[in-house]
Design a protein. Structure first.
Length: 116
C-alpha cells in the first residue's frame, strides 16, 4: 500500500479556483499512475483526471465534465500530484480522493464545496 494524503479542499464561490495536492511519503511517486476521483453526496465515486507514470507514453485523461477547466500535474521533487481546478461549478462539489492505480491505494479525501 502507498500512503496518500490530500489537501487543499475548501469552500469556494462558483467561478472560483482551487488547487488540490496529493502527497505520499511512501517513496517515488513517479513510478505510479495517479488519479483524482470525486464523490458527490448520494452519487458514485467518479474519475476526474489521471496522470500516467513518469516515463509512460500514455496520455493524461480528464472526465468530459472537467475538460478545459481542470489540470492534473506532477511535481516529482515534492512527490506531489496536483489538481488545479478553475471555473468551478456547484456540480464540482464533493469529496476529492487521490488514488494510485497500481496498488489501489486511497487517501482519506478532501472536501470541495462550490457555493454562493
Amino acid at each position: 500500500q502507498v500512503q496518500l494524503m490530500e489537501s487543499g479542499g475548501d469552500l469556494v464561490q462558483p467561478g472560483g479556483s482551487l488547487r488540490l495536492a496529493c502527497t505520499t511519503s511512501s517513496g517515488m511517486f513517479t513510478v505510479y499512475t495517479v488519479g483524482w476521483y470525486r464523490q458527490a453526496p448520494g452519487k458514485q465515486r467518479e474519475l476526474v483526471a489521471s496522470i500516467p507514470r513518469f516515463w509512460s507514453r500514455d496520455a493524461i485523461t480528464y472526465a468530459d465534465s472537467v475538460q478545459g477547466r481542470f489540470t492534473i500535474s506532477r511535481d516529482n521533487d515534492k512527490n506531489t500530484v496536483y489538481l488545479d481546478m478553475n471555473m468551478l461549478k456547484s456540480e464540482d462539489t464533493g469529496v476529492y480522493f487521490c488514488n494510485v492505480f497500481e496498488t489501489n491505494s486511497w487517501g482519506p479525501g478532501t472536501q470541495v464545496t462550490v457555493s454562493a
